[in-house]
Design a binder for this molecule. Sequence first.
Ligand code: FE
Ligand code: FE
Ligand code: ZN
Length: 276
Amino acid sequence: MLKIGCHLSSSKGYLAMGKEAVKIGANTFQFFTRNPRGGAAKPLDEKDMEAFNQYAKEQGLTTILAHAPYTLNACAAKEDLREFAFQVMQDDFRRLSYIPGSMYNFHPGSHVKQGAEMGIELIAQHLNKVLEYNVNTTVLLETMAGKGSEVGRSFQELQAIIEKTEKKDQLGVCLDTCHVYDGGYDIVGNLDGVLQEFDEIIGLDRLKAIHLNDSKNPFASHKDRHEKIGEGSIGLEAVGRIINHPKLRELPFYLETPNELEGYAKEIALLKSLYC
Ligand code: FE
Ligand code: FE
Ligand code: ZN
């Protein structure tokens, strides 16, 4: 069965997200742990989480993916910003410990003129610090499009971070189809080759999730603009090959396309019809 969901707003709580997911035909979903551009998260509502867990069990919702806020930069040049990233992630992990089987995805960071090597070092330091505590969630590094000074623009950069992290067992990678295509990996013309490269550099056993997006821009533009499924430069045929690929088909897919709920419901139905 295709494991498919989309990004949902967390403003009404967990149970509300679960119900929305089921309504649009999803069996998983992604959400922001807090305002993507702000800091404070809502107070932890244990009742809501328990109600959600019960509902998720009944409805078969699994592998819920939390997404860290965009403002979190583990390799910021300023120490107070790195401390903020640490505090946020630690608090997010505590919250996620209530949701069994959940995973946590984050953008590795932007090195802001310090250079990628320094960025990689700081991100690894951050992970070592935050994973020192017992964290029972899998932490995913997202593949980035390489706009600005983003770290994680290549499989090599992600692997360099993993290499320097002590608790490797808790790390995985989330492959964003828009980002990698925009970053110069030809998943349209040579999906097998890209996956082989991923396997050689990072190892496919680290690949835990897919952000399924089309791209507004042509191949290798490093711009990071998501498009609706089938309406961008990746196209529906390539998306069909991605969700059906023997090395990918069992993974959870999360849509982050420019849609309201209705649009997501249509995309989910379309993707289910393409899954064989
Ligand atoms: Fe992301
Ligand atoms: Fe993404
Ligand atoms: Zn993106």
